[in-house]
Design a binder for this molecule. Sequence first.
Ligand SMILES: *[C@@H]1O[C@H](CO)[C@@H](O)[C@H](O)[C@H]1NC(C)=O
Ligand SMILES: *[C@@H]1O[C@H](CO)[C@@H](O)[C@H](O)[C@H]1NC(C)=O
Ligand SMILES: *[C@@H]1O[C@H](CO)[C@@H](O)[C@H](O)[C@H]1NC(C)=O
Ligand SMILES: *[C@@H]1O[C@H](CO)[C@@H](O)[C@H](O)[C@H]1NC(C)=O
Ligand SMILES: *[C@@H]1O[C@H](CO)[C@@H](O)[C@H](O)[C@H]1NC(C)=O
Ligand SMILES: *[C@@H]1O[C@H](CO)[C@@H](O)[C@H](O)[C@H]1NC(C)=O
Ligand SMILES: *[C@@H]1O[C@H](CO)[C@@H](O)[C@H](O)[C@H]1NC(C)=O
Ligand SMILES: *[C@@H]1O[C@H](CO)[C@@H](O)[C@H](O)[C@H]1NC(C)=O
Length: 400
Amino acid sequence: MKLSSFLPAAAVLAALSVSVASSTRKEFSVSAARRLNYKPDYWKQVCKMNARYENLRFHEEECAVYLKQRASKGVTLSVSANGTIGDEPALDDGSDSEYYGAIQIGTPGQRFLVDFDTGSSDIWIDSISCGTSSCMSHARFNESRSSTFQKDGRLWNITYGDQSSAAGRLGSDIVNVSGIAVRQTIALATSETGFADTPSDGMFGLGFNGNEVVPGVQTFMSNAIQQNKLELPVVSVYLPSQRRAKGAVGQYLFGAIDHTLYTGNLTYVPVNGTAWWQVQFDDFRFNGTSLGFNSTGIVDTGTSLIYVGDEAAKALHSLIPRAMNSVPGPVEFRLGGKDFAVPYLDIPFARVSEGSEYCVSSIQGGQNGFWIVGDSFIKNTYCVFDHSTPPRLGLAPLKY
Ligand SMILES: *[C@@H]1O[C@H](CO)[C@@H](O)[C@H](O)[C@H]1NC(C)=O
Ligand SMILES: *[C@@H]1O[C@H](CO)[C@@H](O)[C@H](O)[C@H]1NC(C)=O
Ligand SMILES: *[C@@H]1O[C@H](CO)[C@@H](O)[C@H](O)[C@H]1NC(C)=O
Ligand SMILES: *[C@@H]1O[C@H](CO)[C@@H](O)[C@H](O)[C@H]1NC(C)=O
Ligand SMILES: *[C@@H]1O[C@H](CO)[C@@H](O)[C@H](O)[C@H]1NC(C)=O
Ligand SMILES: *[C@@H]1O[C@H](CO)[C@@H](O)[C@H](O)[C@H]1NC(C)=O
Ligand SMILES: *[C@@H]1O[C@H](CO)[C@@H](O)[C@H](O)[C@H]1NC(C)=O
Ligand SMILES: *[C@@H]1O[C@H](CO)[C@@H](O)[C@H](O)[C@H]1NC(C)=O
């Protein structure tokens, strides 16, 4: 998923590094930088979800208004805060909204910052032939500078809920993630709008085969596993929160699990559904007590917030008092018999608008029967996206 705001490029964190653990052991890691000074646009994020997940529609009326006005300040299910939440300042910047890391495409490699996204299955970047201002603000791929580029020519396009979109053609080249290099079909955008203000040059799908825009294009992970490039068929995701680990750099670790980043043992849950990293959430708890909800849902690095059913969201927020000088306890998601917590201080996500005493809640409704659990959860839980047969998801509390 991509996010937008009106952020000058200079305010973007430039500290990116890539480390190769050991090529003989087939482990590779990409650092995930957090976008700093990000001013979230709540409705933009919410409305984008409608197009991101076809067949899923929520907040449709509000989104219609948003798309018309592009400036809606309305909010439902917000957690109120007035700037002091416990002993910590409210989150009003660096809201753990978007993470990105560097990859290379072509020979010699051209470098791109991409948003690694377990909720989609395509890789796309801008083509040098795209001249829109949005394209010009990003790294663009020049195919004639790559000796390994092969034309494909099939049309490709995608539209997001905030009406940003990209379109172009498929091509094939060597995609190199921190030393794992595979020939890969990618999409090259020759037109796109609405991406000017995001630091990512494109998207890198970590979803499954079958969920791609053009049917039959194999994912990077599927190619890497088939070509025996990885020690373990996994991507392990560590996206530490700004609040709890100031300055810590996140990590997407391909082919291995970093056991130093979590506490206790990993709990593995089966993945069902073939399109997404879909798992069964057995319970939804607040402050140690079940709220009586369960659902199937997905764990999605490309979504910032957590979207549960309307009733579940309502039940939770009815328990959260307006005054926030005490810390009543975490929200927990039960998976595989274990509870994984989103601490109370992470529930207010960001101010609804600058200076507002209201914060958008990290936990939203709208997803009846199909929860979408994004970075607000992942920044507290180490997640191992395991492509074994059958696939499974490993979870453990992040070590802070
Ligand atoms: C793309 O690369 C070719 C070959 O190096 C070069 O001639 C051309 O100017 C480049 N295109 C742009 C727009 O930079
Ligand atoms: C969008 O992509 C689809 C294939 O996924 C293609 O059929 C359609 O023509 C494309 N549209 C544009 C405007 O490129
Ligand atoms: C892949 O990228 C790494 C740096 O991350 C570089 O050392 C290596 O030579 C590249 N491999 C290929 C085949 O481009
Ligand atoms: C982790 O698993 C090992 C082996 O099953 C067990 O001995 C240990 O107690 C577990 N640790 C925790 C914290 O659950
Ligand atoms: C997913 O698996 C769980 C447990 O294996 C099962 O209870 C649930 O009904 C399944 N959901 C779907 C949508 O297949
Ligand atoms: C899940 O919730 C439904 C009601 O929505 C309930 O009937 C069912 O027993 C619950 N399942 C579990 C495993 O708690
Ligand atoms: C925030 O609310 C608390 C409790 O209601 C109050 O004590 C505090 O003075 C308020 N802070 C500001 C900055 O308004
Ligand atoms: C949270 O749980 C503690 C201990 O059980 C209890 O004292 C407190 O009132 C609870 N807070 C809320 C808001 O439910």
